[in-house]
Design a binder for this molecule. Structure first.
Ligand SMILES: Nc1ncnc2c1ncn2[C@@H]1O[C@H](COP(=O)(O)OP(=O)(O)OP(=O)(O)O)[C@@H](O)[C@H]1O
Ligand SMILES: [Mg+2]
Length: 326
């Protein structure tokens, strides 16, 4: 199989810290590999090695079959990088930033200008093109940063937390752009703190913790790691919750818990419980506003895999905890 990029047994130490302790990652061309892990797991270190910005201490990494150490030039020609820490020059305008990158890539001036205009248009920055980047909002900066990584028409793009700090609408814009790139055959390595983002974009996910891959698979496969599904019911009339609890317990054989206000959830093995629950609700004339069968969220998977440590060190959001206790 040919890979757009891959690492084998990648090791990187910083003094006494082992940032990567033998990491294997691989992505097929035209797919998105999501790399998830708590703070300090080694995500950015892996990205920087794949981007030729850092030399590994052991193992190897290659992009389109080119070794990142011995064939760094070949690798650089093929990649685009959007760093966790934005890399645009604040004193230059949007246009100047992109033209400068084009010139650094040896594009003729006219071509660099055309490419800059095209990307600014695509990233909805045309109006701000003549303003210095320091005047841009966070979302505009992110988009300019992303545009900068695409000037070279890379085959492989590394996006290290591309949507951190963006509002939901801007985040959706970035997701659309990532999908657009992938549909054109670009391969993406995406690191993110947002498991929802990995779920939405990634074909495959590698979960890393303390410098090692602890799980790997499609989002669907990873959800299977935690196992089971949750049946949820929200009656229209909250006064009927006790009745719903009784019928769920009878059908599912377990006491339901309350994953959210006015809602009950109970673990089930598959969809077999759905029909009897619907029938029992109808029989009692209990109207519902929500009835669902759901797989565990990637958040739940992540917490199970990493032993419950929060990926950001922050308290786990209510929504993330939903169903986890089930
Ligand atoms: N230049 C460096 N010098 C010393 N230690 C470093 C350096 N870069 C990274 N580390 C350490 O290596 C480990 C992995 O860091 P890395 O930045 O790769 O994690 P990360 O998964 O990207 O975390 P985050 O989610 O916070 O971005 C951490 O313990 C970090 O402190
Ligand atoms: Mg990082």
């Amino acid at each position: 199989m040919t890979y757009a990029f891959r690492t084998e047994g990648l090791v990187k130490r910083f003094g006494a810290t082992t940032a990567l302790a033998g990491v294997d990652l691989a992505a097929r061309p035209g797919t998105v590999l999501g790399v998830l892990g708590p703070n300090g797991a080694g995500k950015t270190t892996a990205v920087r090695i794949l981007a030729t910005l850092l030399r590994p201490d052991g193992g190897r990494a290659e992009v389109a079959g080119h070794d990142v150490v011995r064939q760094a030039e070949e690798v650089r020609r093929r990649i685009g990088l959007t760093g966790q820490y934005a890399s645009v020059d604040e004193d230059l305008t949007g246009t100047e930033n992109l033209v400068m990158i084009g010139r650094l890539l040896d594009l003729p001036r006219a071509e660099a200008r055309a490419r800059a205009a095209e990307l600014l248009e695509r990233f909805d920055l045309t109006e701000a093109a003549g303003r210095r980047a320091r005047t841009y909002s966070g979302g505009m900066r992110r988009r300019l940063d992303l545009a900068a990584s695409l000037v070279a028409r890379p085959e492989v793009v590394y996006l290290d937390e591309p949507t951190t700090g963006l509002d939901p609408a801007k985040r959706d814009d970035v997701w659309a752009l990532v999908r657009q790139q992938v549909s054109q055959g670009v391969t993406v390595l995406l690191t993110t703190q947002y498991l929802e983002e990995a779920d939405a974009l990634a074909d495959d996910i590698a979960v890393i913790d303390r410098g090692a891959v602890i799980a790997h698979g499609t989002p669907h496969e990873l959800k299977g790691v935690v196992g089971g599904q949750t049946l949820r019911v929200r009656p229209l009339d909250p006064a009927r919750l006790p009745e719903v609890a009784t019928l769920l317990e009878r059908i599912a054989g377990q006491r339901p818990d309350s994953p959210g206000r006015g809602m009950l959830g109970v673990p089930v093995d598959g969809d077999a419980a759905l029909a009897p629950v619907v029938a029992a609700l109808a029989e009692r004339g209990i109207a519902v506003t929500e009835l669902s069968l759901r797989l565990p969220s990637l958040d739940e998977v992540f917490h199970t895999l990493t032993g419950g440590r929060s990926r950001t060190g922050e308290p786990v959001a209510e929504q993330d905890r939903e169903g986890a206790a089930a």
